[in-house]
Design a protein around this ligand. Structure first.
Ligand SMILES: *Cc1c(COP(=O)(O)O)cnc(C)c1O
Length: 376
C-alpha cells in the first residue's frame, strides 16, 4: 500500500509532470516572472470557469480577503459578521484592518454560518458579512444575499476551501460558489482543491468598479504607473504559479470528482454508525470535499488521532480552537461571544485524509482502523 498522506501532492504532480515541468521551464526561459501572459491567461481562464466578470489574482487567500475588505471601503469600527468556526485568516484580516469581528454560530450539519444567527447579529454598525464555505460545503448563500440586500450589507465569500463548488438557487439558477456575493476570495495554497506550488490567491467580482479598486489596491493603490490614488499593498500571483495553475485549472473538475468519490467511500463505510456523523450534503449545493470531516460522539478523539498515527494514518483537527477563543481576539471581545454549537463542534470534529490520489486499498485500511477504534 502506498503511504497515506493527508494530501498527496507528489502523486498528483507525477501524473502531470511533463506539462508542469515544461510550463515552469517556459516561464524561466521567458524570464517574465511578474505579471505577463501566464498571469493574464490564468485570470481569463478562471473568470471563464467561474462565470465571473473579473478575476484579480493576488499573492494568497489571506491577502484576497484583506484587499476585498479594503476595496469595499470598510472603516475602523465597522462591524463584520463572520463565523468563529473557520481558519484564522478569515477573521484575522478583519482585526488587522481594525474592523470589529462579530462572531456568529454555524449550523452543526453544514459547518457553515447560519442565516438566522447573522440576522440576530446585525446592528447599525454592521457593514459586511463573510460567509465561509467550510470544508468545501457552501454556506446558505441565497438566504444570506436576501439578508444582505435588506440591510444594505456587503458580502465577501471566503471560497478558499470550495473553489469549483456549485450553488443551486430555488429558481433553478446554478452558480459557482465565490461569484454570488460582492466579492469572492480564494486561495491556491498547495493543499487547496486548486493548488499551486507555493502561495497564490484570487478575488472575483461581477462589479466593474469594485474590480478596478481590487486591482489598484493589490498594486500599491496605483492608477497609472507611479501615480498612487489610495493606500494599497503589494500582492501578486507570480508567473510560475500562474503557469502551474493554467495546467491544473482544466483538471479541477476531475479533482473534485476524485474527492467526491473518496467521500462516497467513507460515507458508505461509516453510514449507520451511531458514533460517527458523516458530512451532510445540503441539496442547495455541490460539496467539493476540501476536507472529509466527521463528528464523533462518545469517542476519545485524541485517542483516535493517536491510534491512527500509530498505524501511519494522518488525521487533523480543523480547527482545535475557534476564532472567538483565540488570544488574538482577546482585545476584540472574543470571549464575550457565547457560541455553544461552535464549541460543541470544535470538540468533536476530525478530518480524515482526502485528496485526488487516495485509492480503495488506502481507504479500506483507514476506515477499518477508524471503525476498529470507534467500535471497541
Ligand atoms: C486557506 C484559507 C485561507 C487563506 O489562504 P492562504 O492562501 O493560506 O492565505 C482563508 N480562508 C480559509 C477558509 C482557508 O482555508
Amino acid at each position: 500500500m502506498k503511504p497515506i498522506q493527508m494530501v498527496d501532492l507528489k502523486q498528483q504532480y507525477f501524473k502531470i509532470k511533463n506539462e508542469i515541468d515544461a510550463a515552469v521551464l517556459g516561464v524561466i526561459d521567458s524570464s517574465i516572472f511578474i505579471g505577463g501572459p501566464q498571469v493574464n491567461t490564468f485570470a481569463q481562464n478562471l473568470s471563464q470557469y467561474l462565470g465571473a466578470k473579473h478575476v484579480i489574482p493576488c499573492a494568497n487567500g489571506t491577502d484576497a480577503l484583506q484587499i476585498a475588505m479594503m476595496a469595499l471601503g470598510l472603516e475602523p469600527g465597522d462591524e463584520v459578521i463572520t463565523p468563529s468556526f473557520t481558519y484564522v485568516a478569515t477573521t484575522e484580516v478583519i482585526a488587522l484592518l481594525r474592523l470589529k469581528p462579530v462572531f456568529v454560530e454555524v449550523d452543526t450539519k453544514t459547518f457553515c454560518v447560519e442565516p438566522k444567527a447573522i440576522r440576530k447579529a446585525i446592528t447599525s454598525k454592521t457593514k459586511a458579512i463573510v460567509p465561509v464555505h467550510l470544508y468545501g460545503h457552501s454556506a446558505k448563500m441565497e438566504e444570506i444575499m436576501v439578508i444582505a440586500k435588506e440591510h444594505n450589507l456587503f458580502v465577501i465569500e471566503d471560497n478558499a476551501q470550495a473553489i469549483g463548488g456549485d450553488y443551486y438557487f430555488k429558481n433553478g439558477t446554478v452558480k459557482k460558489t465565490g461569484i454570488i456575493g460582492d466579492i469572492g476570495c480564494t486561495s491556491f495554497f498547495p493543499s487547496k482543491n486548486l493548488g499551486c506550488y507555493g502561495d497564490g490567491g484570487a478575488m472575483c467580482t461581477n462589479d466593474d468598479e469594485i474590480a478596478e479598486k481590487l486591482k489598484m489596491i493589490a498594486n500599491h493603490g496605483q492608477s497609472k504607473r507611479y501615480y498612487h490614488d489610495m493606500v494599497g499593498c503589494n500582492s501578486r500571483l507570480d508567473a510560475l504559479q500562474a503557469a502551474i495553475l493554467n495546467i491544473k485549472l482544466p483538471l479541477l473538475d476531475s479533482y473534485i470528482d476524485a474527492r467526491r468519490k473518496a467521500a462516497d467511500f467513507y460515507d458508505n463505510a461509516f453510514a449507520g454508525n451511531e458514533k460517527i456523523t458523516i458530512p451532510y450534503r445540503a441539496d442547495y449545493c455541490k460539496h467539493v470535499f476540501h476536507q472529509y470531516t466527521i463528528i464523533l460522539e462518545d469517542v476519545d478523539r485524541q485517542g483516535l488521532v493517536d491510534f491512527l498515527a500509530q498505524k501511519s494514518i494522518p488525521s487533523m483537527l480543523y480547527y482545535p480552537v475557534p476564532a472567538h477563543r483565540q488570544k488574538m481576539f482577546a482585545s476584540f471581545g472574543g470571549s464575550n461571544f457565547a457560541l455553544e454549537k461552535t464549541d460543541w463542534l470544535t470538540e468533536r470534529v476530525i478530518s480524515l485524509p482526502i485528496h485526488t490520489e487516495l485509492d480503495e486499498e488506502q481507504q479500506n485500511f483507514i476506515t477499518g482502523k477508524v471503525l476498529e477504534f470507534v467500535n471497541k
